[in-house]
Design a binder for this molecule. Sequence first.
Ligand code: NDP
Length: 399
Amino acid sequence: MSKVMIVGAGGVGRVVAHKCAQRSDIFSEIVLASRTLEKCDAIAAEIDAVQIKTAQVDADNVPELTALLNAEQPKLVINVALPYQDLTIMDACLEAGVDYLDTANYEPKDTAKFEYKWQWDYQQRFKEKGLMALLGSGFDPGMTNVYVALAAKNYFDEVQEIDIIDANAGDHGQAFATNFNPEINIREVTAACRHWENEDWVETEALKTRRFFEFPQGVGMMKIYRMYHEEMESLVKHIPTIKRAQFWMTFSDNYLKHLEVLQNIGMTRIDEVEFQGQKIVPLQFLKAVLPDPGDLGATTKGKTCIGVVAKGLKDGKEKQVYIYNICDHEQCYAEVNSQAVSYTTGVPAVVGAIMMLTGKWHKAGVWNMEQFDPEPFLEEVGPMGLPHVVIDNGYWPRL
Ligand code: NDP
């Protein structure tokens, strides 16, 4: 039984708070802290089963967050603020002697470049303090890393190729909206595409390579676009037999049409521009006028389907395995007032926390998900709402 502090009260923070409250056998006390106290209070008010303590904190400010951690003394921080806060929250955890978990890797505000280097550089400091940091415990990264680890452990002698395929076949009924934080989402989608091929990164223009993929269980045929995604960086490092890694995501024609116009007119810029005597960042202004992804739950219908197609060798023969999860937006909303994109991120964050707090996955240092045994995680995450399906050697189109 452990005390946990959730930092960030957005779409994912709401799911994490609800799911921690469902597991009072593990999380004996919950503190929800974020920049805007009212958002924490609104989430806490939705949850009857457990009393959730709330707090205001600026997670960019290490002394302020350290003081809160020292006052509350949680065992673990679940960071579901923004990637910009990863390093300051890790610093505060080191100061206060608290374990750390997040769902997205660090990204500096002024450059749309996300990579693990900055956080991997904390390895020695976490080891020396006997603390653990678990990186990328969402769906992608997160569950996708666990699926690749499962493929490597149980289905192959050597995994050689992976295609991570993320479909949101849901409809939120808005002309244009993003499924998670608009600023982070648009920075990610408009970044140059990179995939791993023959021991190197190959860079191509953003969203220029596309395929059709038939998703299972009635989700159906959809267009998927190749893009860069952070879990490929840790997977090719930790599973070096992987010769080729690609990440694909579905986008509707409508989403891409709006995105193209926003890019063409400069609204996705991340540098400062002068506006009526003050400096503003166009993408941050755009975020302020777009729908809040945390409010899309009530209107979103349909499903997500995220998974991994892995190819490789077993007993000297080539084979293919597809491991995936399907999640229904309306069922998520009925359970935790949230759409499936926040749900599929928040549930693995809570299960990662359970792995750490129960000692099933605990060692000092900074780790990615594929560095642990996937099976205890999958045994926990299924009953928590994200069961997986394995198609072992079934026919699946080559990408
Ligand atoms: P939101 O924008 O909805 O929520 C972010 C929250 O963090 C807000 O409550 C915000 O406060 C708070 N916050 C921002 N800056 C600070 C700060 N300096 N100090 C304290 N709190 C702060 O984002 P989401 O919930 O959609 O996403 C949360 C995280 O999950 C992101 O890092 C995102 O990249 C990640 N993610 C990971 C996925 C995965 O599968 N691995 C998928 C989707 C998201 P305020 O309300 O005041 O703005």
